[in-house]
Write a protein that binds this ligand. Structure first.
Ligand code: ATP
Ligand code: MG
Length: 140
């Protein structure tokens, strides 16, 4: 059965551009409920840990540098079929390939600085939510 939770980050490019509010509005209007949220900043080491599945990829070092370059917003979201529906809302990794009306199509600057993260599975959504939020911060 599909889980009803996913995890997202508003990435440094979108935060810096002042697009956090507009992105959160799109997320809420698409029917997602915010069940935990905070503004924070990753160290390069923590960014490396978050994206460690990509450590063999050529873009890994740049990705860690970019993801620790400025503040982000981390949030746990709730909706039926959350993981799949949220990936549809954000659009393809490369904004050039993202569908019209998706968050990345509207706000992403490049394949790397692509405005938002969305978990790719129920299992990773749970792991990523726990990476950012302690048990007492996950009260809803
Ligand atoms: P995310 O996991 O952030 O939601 P995604 O699942 O769409 O994105 P992944 O393949 O998991 O894409 O890549 C993780 C992140 O690494 C991307 O969101 C992007 O910031 C960066 N990235 C992916 N591919 C490239 C690339 N070819 N060049 C530069 N950066 C990339
Ligand atoms: Mg991914």
């Amino acid at each position: 059965m599909a889980s009803n939770r996913t995890f997202t980050m508003i990435k440094p490019d979108a935060f810096e551009a002042g697009n956090s509010g507009a992105i959160l509005k799109m997320i809420e209007e698409a029917g997602f409920k915010i069940v935990a949220m905070k503004a924070t900043k990753l160290t390069p080491e923590l960014a490396g840990k978050f994206y460690e599945v990509h450590q063999e990829r050529p873009f890994y070092a740049d990705l860690c540098k970019y993801m620790s370059s400025g503040p982000i917003i981390a949030a746990i979201l709730e909706k039926d079929n959350a993981v799949e529906d949220f990936r549809a809302l954000i659009g393809a990794t490369n904004p050039a390939n993202a569908a019209e009306g998706t968050i990345r199509k509207i706000f992403a600057k490049s394949i790397e600085a692509n405005a938002v993260h969305g978990s790719d599975s129920d299992e990773n959504a749970a792991i990523e939510g726990s990476f950012y939020f302690s048990q007492t911060e996950r009260v809803l």
